[in-house]
Design a protein around this ligand. Sequence first.
Ligand SMILES: NC(=O)c1ccc[n+]([C@@H]2O[C@H](COP(=O)([O-])OP(=O)(O)OC[C@H]3O[C@@H](n4cnc5c(N)ncnc54)[C@H](OP(=O)(O)O)[C@@H]3O)[C@@H](O)[C@H]2O)c1
Length: 263
Amino acid sequence: MAIVGFIGTGNMGGALARAAAKSGLAEELLLANRSPEKAQRLAKELGGRAVYNQEAAARADILFLGVKPQMLEDMLDGIRDTLKARKERQLIVSMIAGKDLQTLGRLLGEERPVIRIMPNIPAAVGAGVTLFCCSAAVTAEEKESFIRLMACSGMVTELDEHLLDAASGVTGCGPAFAAMFVEALADGAVACGLPRKQAVAFSAQMLLGSARLLLESGAHPGELKDRVCSPAGSTIQGVRVLEERAFRAAVTDAVIATFEKKF
Ligand SMILES: NC(=O)c1ccc[n+]([C@@H]2O[C@H](COP(=O)([O-])OP(=O)(O)OC[C@H]3O[C@@H](n4cnc5c(N)ncnc54)[C@H](OP(=O)(O)O)[C@@H]3O)[C@@H](O)[C@H]2O)c1
């Protein structure tokens, strides 16, 4: 059991705080946010406590940083002395996109155990992907505690830091692309006469089911596509139209565009 703190309880910090609460491994959950109402609402929902940044920094054994990249240095200026004054060991977990371990080491001190994570928003429903890499100071026990704390967020996988940005085009940005796909599918169904609410529900469930089938069967995506396309059937006509409109090339380029954008 550990005291777990979050500084920045927005979309991503909030989702991971929910996972930490569900794990049952947080002896105490300390939630700090610039606009305190957000932390207060979340504390009420999760049975945690809304605190100021300084208290989270002083007391958390595992401290998550969930502010936007451009806010990081200002936020750290406000807690640097508190972090220095703490005598007990403290694991820092940064979800801040684009801030690599070297930068975090420079900002926080090289000797500090730091885990850099790249989570995604489906963590809010326990179906996220959280990729992580560790600074040299992180012990095997600390890594294990972190993995167990995040187990309720979905898949938690260690990855070489140099691959994090490549993967995050799919895991971090992908939910936006998936939502666009669901919206477009639903538009098609609405155009064919289905009410909007059902069109969205059926499209999202179809995506969820197809993803589960791929993960659980280990089948190649092309194999699943072929299984659905019967000769002279309707699905292959849809596939033909997607190929004509360069659907796959557009999706591939979207992922590369996210990778090429410098934070
Ligand atoms: N969203 C994603 O899918 C995703 C995926 C991977 C990584 N991330 C990373 O997660 C981090 C948070 O992103 P987000 O989407 O959750 O953004 P967000 O919803 O804007 O959350 C950021 C939170 O930080 C708070 N904050 C700002 N300055 C602060 C300070 N000095 N002290 C305490 N709290 C402060 C903000 O408070 P206010 O309520 O006052 O604005 C806000 O609630 C980013 O670094 C991002 O790179 C996000």
